[in-house]
Each structure stands twice: as structure tokens, then as C-alpha cells.
Design a protein around this ligand. Structure first.
Ligand code: HMG
Ligand code: MG
Length: 312
């Protein structure tokens, strides 16, 4: 029997949280060895079967920049018919959007940066050039009735520039919202955020006219702060949280980015808080144990370790 935390609600938190699962994209984009397309498809199927309703499937980026996801054209048709799950994909430009629309994607994500250095490293553009590239992508996607997420990386710190001023993040967030993004995801790409910083950024965004209900949070666990930061965001009213099954992840263009917040660790905390996610923790853990076997190394998630050890 899988252990579950005792549910003891805390005041002032959302009743339900939507988990935006990024393992197949953010997790696998960073693997040294290529994961076979069929294994990726099974990973996505198993995540959906575990109750995740949003699973970011892949990226239509330049295959030379992210060879790990170069099989997007083969993978997407294998999973796009899965019932009950939304499958967003990353698109960096018009070419990426063409590729995604050709395959029937109904949700896309553009990805901007709060800093110049990361815009250059990740997109080969200045920040403003990148925003100019996104503008027609967002407009075309929305005209095609496609939901658009706008990612914002380096919202708290940047490996080249150090601490990132809140006003810089607010400027880029506002630009993404003004061009029509339906939701925004605040990325702590290198995992340096702490809870007070998270709440200060969320308040500054609200003051600038960005409502909390369009905001999601995307924490990496480099310094072990991802769950504390998530709780701070929930206390502020955020109810969309990005996480990666088994804690897979990183970013090929930000060396200091380590794994994402593990979905199992998140689900454990949310179940303990009595917050509904619709996720079956036992099935999810079994999926991450299976994926760890495919990758040849154990999952870094504390919850996966604890639960899989218990079941042996
Ligand atoms: P570039 O080299 O400047 O591209 O790269 P370009 O626009 O100059 O075009 C050069 C050639 O690439 C052209 O071909 C284009 O057609 C082709 P040619 O005419 O020479 O034969 N090309 C493409 N081919 C296929 N698909 C495309 C595409 N675009 C151009 N979409 C580019 C610019 C944006 C393409 C490149 O920098 C790129 O692909 N970057 C992606 C980087 C990436 O995926 N990073 C990881 C995701 S972000 C992340 O992980 C952070 C996040 O998790 C949040 C957080 O944690 O912070 C989201
Ligand atoms: Mg990420």
C-alpha cells in the first residue's frame, strides 16, 4: 500500500491546483542520451493515466539547438489522440508554430527571458528582438484558436547577470500579456528564488495589472527551495504549478539549472494540504521509477525514493 500524507488543510490556499507537467519536455530536453521516441510516448501516456491533465509534450525548436527533442514530428502524432489530456508544445518562432499547427497542436508556449543574457543564450536574440519574434506567433496562434502560454525565464536570478530586479520581470510579463498570451509561467530557471522574493514578485505583477489567475509558477530545485516557493505562491492565490515527474530537468542553455520541482514531491504536499490535483500518486511514482530505469539512474525526487523504497 502506498503511504499518503494525512490531509490537514491550511487556511488561505486554493481548493484545487492544476499541475502543468513538464517532464517530457523540460525533463528530457536535458538528457545526455537520446530517449527513444516510443519511450517518450509511453512516458506521456503513463503521466496522463496517472491523472495529469496538462502534459507538455515536446518542443518545435531548431533540432540542432535541442537534439534531444528533434523527434517532435514523430512523437506528437503518437500522443495527440490521448483522451483527457492537453499537450502543449514549445514554439520559439513562426517556423516552430507552423510545425506545431501542421500536426494539430491546440496549445503552444513561447518562451521569453527576463534577462538579456539568457535571451541571447537561449534564443540567439536580444530580449526585444525575441519579443518582436513572438508577437506574430502569439497573434497567429490565437487567431487559430490555439491557447498560448508565455514562459518567462530567469525571473529571480540569472547565471550571467546575478539577481534580477523585479521591475525587469514585470516589464517582460506585461509585454507578453499585452501581445495576448493566455497564461504566463514565472520561471526560476536556476532555482535561486526564496519565498519572500516570490511573494514580492507576485505582488508587483498584481500592482502592474497582471492578475494572479493568469500566473503559473515554474520552480527548479537547485537549492532545495522549490516546495517552499510553491507554498508561498499558493498563499498568494496561484493555482497553476509546473512540475516534472521524478524531478527530471534542467535547461541546456543555463548550465546551473538542475532538476525541476518533482511532481511527486508537489503532489505529496498538496495531498497533505487537502488540495485536489486529480493525480494518483502511486501510479505517478511507478511511472517515474520506470522512467528512471529507462534513463539508467535513480530519480532525485525524495517522494519517489521514499515510496519506491517502501514498496520494495
Ligand atoms: P537561430 O540560429 O538564430 O535561427 O536560432 P534563425 O532564425 O537564424 O534560422 C536559422 C535556420 O534555422 C533556418 O534554416 C531556419 O529555418 C531554421 P535555414 O534557412 O538556414 O535552412 N529554424 C528552424 N528549424 C526548425 N524549427 C524551428 C526553427 N527556427 C529556425 N523552430 C532559434 C533561433 C530560436 C531557432 C534557436 O535559438 C532555438 O531553437 N532555440 C531553442 C532553445 C530551447 O529550446 N531552449 C530550452 C527551452 S526554454 C527552457 O527550458 C526554460 C523553461 O523551462 C522555463 C524556465 O525554466 O526558465 C521554459
Ligand atoms: Mg524549466
Amino acid at each position: 500500500m502506498t503511504a499518503l500524507p494525512m490531509a490537514v488543510p491550511a487556511p488561505g490556499l486554493p481548493a484545487r491546483v492544476r499541475i502543468h507537467e513538464v517532464g517530457p519536455r523540460d525533463g528530457l530536453q536535458n538528457e545526455k542520451t537520446a530517449v527513444p521516441t516510443e519511450v517518450k510516448a509511453e512516458f506521456i501516456e503513463r503521466l496522463a493515466d496517472a491523472g495529469l491533465t496538462t502534459v507538455e509534450a515536446t518542443s518545435f525548436v531548431h533540432p540542432k539547438w535541442v537534439p534531444q527533442l528533434a523527434d517532435a514530428e514523430r512523437l506528437f502524432p503518437l500522443v495527440r489522440g490521448l483522451p483527457g489530456v492537453r499537450l502543449p508544445v514549445l514554439v520559439p518562432n513562426q517556423r516552430g508554430l507552423d510545425r506545431a499547427l501542421d500536426l494539430g497542436a491546440t496549445r503552444v508556449a513561447v518562451f521569453a527571458s527576463a534577462t538579456e543574457s539568457f535571451a541571447k543564450a537561449n534564443l540567439n536574440r536580444t530580449l526585444d528582438e525575441a519579443l518582436a519574434v513572438f508577437e506574430p506567433v502569439v497573434a497567429r496562434a490565437r487567431a487559430a484558436d490555439v491557447h498560448v502560454r508565455g514562459y518567462l525565464s530567469m525571473c529571480f536570478g540569472d547565471p550571467w547577470e546575478g539577481a534580477v530586479p523585479v521591475h525587469q520581470v514585470v516589464r517582460v510579463c506585461t509585454a507578453l500579456r499585452d501581445m495576448g498570451c493566455d497564461e504566463l509561467s514565472l520561471g526560476d530557471t536556476i532555482g535561486v528564488a526564496t519565498p519572500g522574493h516570490v511573494q514580492a514578485l507576485l505582488s508587483a505583477l498584481n500592482e502592474a495589472g497582471v492578475p494572479t489567475d493568469v500566473l503559473g509558477v515554474h520552480f527548479h530545485d537547485t537549492y532545495g527551495q522549490a516546495l517552499a516557493n510553491t507554498l508561498a505562491a499558493l498563499q498568494h492565490g496561484v493555482s497553476t504549478v509546473d512540475a516534472s515527474a521524478g524531478g527530471l530537468g534542467g535547461c541546456p542553455y543555463a548550465r546551473s539549472a538542475t532538476g525541476n520541482l518533482a511532481t511527486e514531491d508537489l503532489v505529496w504536499m498538496l495531498q497533505g494540504l487537502g488540495i485536489d490535483t486529480g493525480v494518483d500518486l502511486a501510479r505517478l511514482t511507478a511511472t517515474s521509477v520506470w522512467m528512471a530505469g529507462q534513463l539508467g539512474r535513480p530519480s532525485p525526487s525524495r517522494t519517489v525514493k521514499a515510496l519506491s523504497h517502501q514498496e520494495q
